[in-house]
Design a protein around this ligand. Structure first.
Ligand SMILES: C=C(OP(=O)(O)O)C(=O)O
Ligand SMILES: [Mg+2]
Length: 562
């Protein structure tokens, strides 16, 4: 038995065989030519590889559903695209190796699609995916992306990109284990959204052979090979506990009747429908950039309005907080962000893109207003990465010009927490983004595994900034009630959720999977007890001591296996 230690980012204990995600396919060397073969054989080799890729993708599409099916079908079609194969063939006839030929032909087709814009530009990623698959097939290597499997497995990878998520089938993937990534990385957010146990920043994960049985403990942050009886019992208990936790009733109240609206973080209409089914009272964070990842061009107003309307329709009587595009750093959008910035997390991202690319924000606000027109949903709009009261003021003006009544800001830059009072005099609400707030106040890149201990929302500095934001909102109250929510991943940690409520946060927004656990734990304390636990957390000298002290005061966590 060997133990691998990492950072637990999504709780749960499971046992299953490992499947390694193949590494990205390396580019065949420029100028590579075929030799020791004939042009007919090289051409036949190319066509056979393209056919094999198509057959494999078609086979997977047949057994897939929803988004994954659509992605697989589109990619399967691209594998036999006559333009791709014809251009590759022309290069092979001129002496280029089949691998290099399909690589260059793929780039040409991708450029052409990009130039056409709109729907065609969205196919760029499919062509690039297909060319990698054909090259892997020609080299006799496993296909890139999430491995195909008919039986459940523990997915091991260096890291997951947002684009991998469409083909990740949560019925087959038991847990995620990655070599890099931090607690707020995409892998972590995805794992919590899907309710999958996950451990990130695991050193040596790439050395675990395919098929090795492992025990993953997503709370402890450990991965054990060849588990024994103790681990089997722990996994069986976890599976029973998660069944017992059941689902969220739709109302969250402390023992003394203090209501805490629990909302969901979503990135699409499909997510929003799932969140509504899971009992969420509304959407506390619509990550609009998730509707348009992989897009090279700005989506048209009508297209945006249709995407937002789908989300509103999932909550006809609830509230939806739409966040304007948060492009940049971990969420690049080629039509808004500059990929060559030396320091993207501190660069032109979030609301700041309005300075570099004016107009996109106003068109997005127009689309939100169009989508809200005729919907009964209560639509709130907030800007990401607000750092000054002046930015808040300008954003509120832009919202007013678009006819949007409830402007707000995300508090995720320390300066916004420190000046919350003057910022909130300009807008009606704040939503604390603890993922970025932690990264910025601790000066620790949220994507980096080795910095995971710094990147912890239990850090005293983060708790102080949350307290300060709540105090700022209270001080700005004379300009109308200012609601403060938390939509970062901190809200999904049931123990920290109690602290947040104790600090005076009004609403919590999280992935739909976390709702039941957070509601159950909040229902076990009174508001006064939550305040006392918050005091204890604030008084602790370290993240670890804050977490330990609060967890000790919440015995229900152990009972529920949270
Ligand atoms: C909710 C947040 O936004 P994102 O994770 O999308 O940056 C945050 O920063 O906490
Ligand atoms: Mg953020």
């Amino acid at each position: 038995m060997s133990t691998f230690v990492g950072v637990g980012v999504s709780p749960g204990r499971v046992i299953g065989p490992v499947r390694q995600m193949p590494r990205a396919v390396a580019e065949p060397p420029a100028g590579e030519r075929w030799s020791d073969t004939t042009v007919d054989d090289e051409t036949a080799h190319l066509l056979a590889a393209a056919k094999a890729v198509q057959a494999e993708l078609r086979g997977r599409a047949e057994s897939a559903t929803g988004d994954a099916k659509a992605v697989l079908e589109a990619t399967a079609m691209m594998a036999a695209d006559p333009m791709l194969l014809k251009s590759a063939n022309t290069l092979v006839v001129a002496g280029t190796s089949a691998e290099r030929a399909v690589w260059e032909a793929g780039a040409q087709v991708a450029d052409m699609l990009r130039g056409l814009g709109g729907y065609m530009a969205e196919r760029t990623q499919d062509v690039l995916d297909v060319r990698s698959r054909i090259v892997a097939e020609l080299r006799g290597l496993p296909a890139p992306g999430i491995p195909a499997s008919e039986t459940p497995f523990v997915l091991a990878a260096e890291d997951l990109a947002p684009a991998d998520t469409a083909t990740l089938n949560p019925d087959l993937v038991l847990a995620l284990v990655t070599g890099s990534g931090g607690p707020q990385s995409h892998t972590a957010i995805l794992a919590r959204a899907l309710g999958l146990p996950a451990v990130v920043a695991v050193h040596g994960v790439d050395g675990i052979d395919d098929g090795t049985e492992v025990f993953v403990d997503g709370a402890a942050g450990s991965v054990l090979t060849n588990p024994g009886d103790v681990e089997r019992t722990a996994a069986a208990i976890w599976s029973e506990q998660s069944r017992a936790l059941g689902s969220y009733s739709g109302t969250c109240t402390t023992t003394d009747g203090h209501r805490v609206p629990l909302l969901a973080n979503v990135g699409s209409g499909a997510d929003a429908r799932k969140a509504a089914d899971a009992g969420a009272e509304g959407v506390g964070l619509l990550r609009t950039e998730f509707c348009f990842l992989d897009r090279d061009t700005e989506p048209a107003v009508a297209e945006q309005a249709a995407a937002y309307r789908e989300v509103f329709d999932a909550f006809p009587h609830g509230k939806v907080v739409v966040r304007t595009l948060d492009a940049g750093a971990d969420k690049p959008l080629p039509f808004l962000t500059d990929a060559t910035e030396p320091n993207p997390a501190l660069g032109v991202r979030g609301y700041r893109t309005e300075l570099a690319t004016p107009g996109v924000l106003d068109r997005q606000l127009k689309a939100i207003a169009e989508a809200a027109d005729g919907a009964e949903t209560e639509v709130w709009v907030m800007a990401p990465m607000i750092a000054t009261a002046d930015e808040a003021h300008r954003f509120a003006d832009s919202c007013a010009a678009a006819g949007l009544q409830v402007p707000g800001v995300m508090v995720e830059v320390p300066s916004a927490a420190l000046t919350a009072e003057s910022i909130l005099r300009n807008v009606q609400f704040a939503s604390i983004g603890t993922n970025d707030l932690t990264q910025y106040v601790m000066a620790a890149d949220r994507q980096l595994g080795p910095l995971a201990a710094l990147n912890d929302p239990w850090q005293p500095a983060v708790l102080q900034l949350i307290k300060q934001t709540v105090a700022g909102a209270a001080a700005a109250h004379e300009n109308g009630n200012k609601s403060v929510g938390v939509c970062g991943e901190a809200a999904a940690d049931p123990a920290l959720a109690v602290v947040l409520v104790g600090l005076g946060v009004d609403t919590l927004s999280m992935s739909a999977r976390a709702l039941a656990g957070v509601a159950a734990v909040l229902a076990s304390v009174s508001l006064d007890e939550a305040r006392k636990l918050a005091e204890q957390a604030l008084g602790a000298p370290s993240a670890l001591e804050a977490r330990t002290a609060v967890r000790a005061g919440l015995p229900i966590l152990e009972t529920l296996g949270l």
